[in-house]
Design a protein. Structure first.
Length: 345
């Protein structure tokens, strides 16, 4: 049996992948510390809380395919932090709306998307508001240096679950193989806008009055959701989240938020049936996700290697190593966590 202390692991990034990795380590009794530059856990599953509404500006829902993820989702359901949504999903093209029907169950966080990541972070050591700028040391003795020059460590292993362009400068001075792997992953940007309304949206002919989400065939806008129709938010007023197409976002990466939300709201207006007008919004805004979604997997490898782990104790996980779904990010972190547990026992 191992007589020396169990190896401590640092995880940079407290999104769904980093949290999945941390939970696997914690379940095995291995010490783990999470670091995140934001005020709390969530990553692209975080929510924006305004006085008038709670808005999801990243992931809007997720689906389940993998058995391991299904078991995790069952536990989240039991904990009460998820619920089925959307149950009224539509597609729109040139003003014509049609119900989108398939057999895929979709779920979202309740009462907000970040409820899932907050649930996963419970009981874990998380240093929020801590931006890690570089790593020092070598295998088994890693120190994390934050933006204020403070050192954290030592750690035997360091997991980086941030998007590959952010992971690259951390690993490049220490591991050329991991740095090269990061260079093979393309992360696409996405603008996400929001609009609040004092009045309800107008009725659409032939469409449920309480339609919840719509996919659009527009070069600017790909998806719109109604936040107040998500589980646990019925008390708030009408609000929309508008997710831009990735190509459009990339071409307008440096546009102002005001310009972006105006263009996306206009695109949605044009997707409504003829003669239907949106009410005047009471507030508008937009958020730019610079690294929203992976486009090309590292070196084109199969998804059965959905993380990277080196002999130096440095490791990479996240959606860029597997695919763009919430499930992909969770599986990447979970599988890495299992590998780290096996290595430590």
């Amino acid at each position: 049996m191992r007589s020396d202390p169990p190896p401590a692991t640092a995880i940079i990034g407290a999104g769904i992948a980093g949290l999945a990795c941390a939970r696997a380590l914690d379940a095995a009794g291995l010490p783990v510390t999470l670091f995140d530059k934001a005020r709390g856990a969530g990553g692209r599953m975080s929510s924006r809380r305004l006085p008038e509404a709670v808005l999801d500006l990243g992931a809007q829902f997720f689906s389940v395919r993998d058995p391991a993820f299904r078991r995790a989702v069952a536990a989240w359901r039991k904990a009460g932090c998820i619920a089925p949504w959307p149950t009224s999903l539509w597609s729109a093209q040139e003003g014509r709306w049609a119900r989108h029907e398939d057999d895929l169950e979709r779920l979202c966080g309740a009462p907000r998307m970040s409820a899932v990541t907050r649930h996963l972070a419970e009981g874990l050591t998380l240093l929020a508001g801590t931006r890690i700028e570089r790593l020092e040391g070598s295998a088994g003795e890693w120190q994390l240096v934050d933006e204020h020059g403070a050192h954290h460590g030592p750690f035997a292993r360091v997991v980086i679950s941030t998007p590959s362009p952010q992971a690259h400068p951390l690993v490049a001075p220490h591991d050329a193989t991991l740095a090269e792997a990061c260079e093979g992953v393309i992360q696409r940007p996405c603008w996400a806008a929001w609009a609040l309304f004092d009045a309800p949206l107008p009725a659409l002919p032939g469409v449920d009055a309480d339609w919840q989400a719509v996919r659009l065939a527009d070069a600017r806008l790909r998806f719109v959701t109604r936040n107040q129709l998500k589980p646990g938010r019925q008390a708030q007023g009408e609000s929309l989240s508008l997710l831009a197409n990735l190509e459009w976002s990339e071409a307008r990466l440096e546009d102002s938020p005001e310009t972006v939300v105006e263009a996306l709201l206009e695109a949605f207006q044009q997707a409504l049936p003829e003669g239907v007008r949106l009410p005047a919004p009471s507030a508008l805004g937009a958020h730019r996700w610079r690294y929203a979604q992976p486009d090309v997997f590292a070196t084109g490898e199969a998804v059965n290697r959905d993380y990277r782990l080196s002999a130096s104790g440095l490791a990479l996980c996240g959606d860029g190593w597997r695919g763009p779904r919430v499930e992909d990010a969770w599986l990447s972190g979970h599988h890495l966590g299992e590998a780290l547990v096996a290595d430590a026992t």
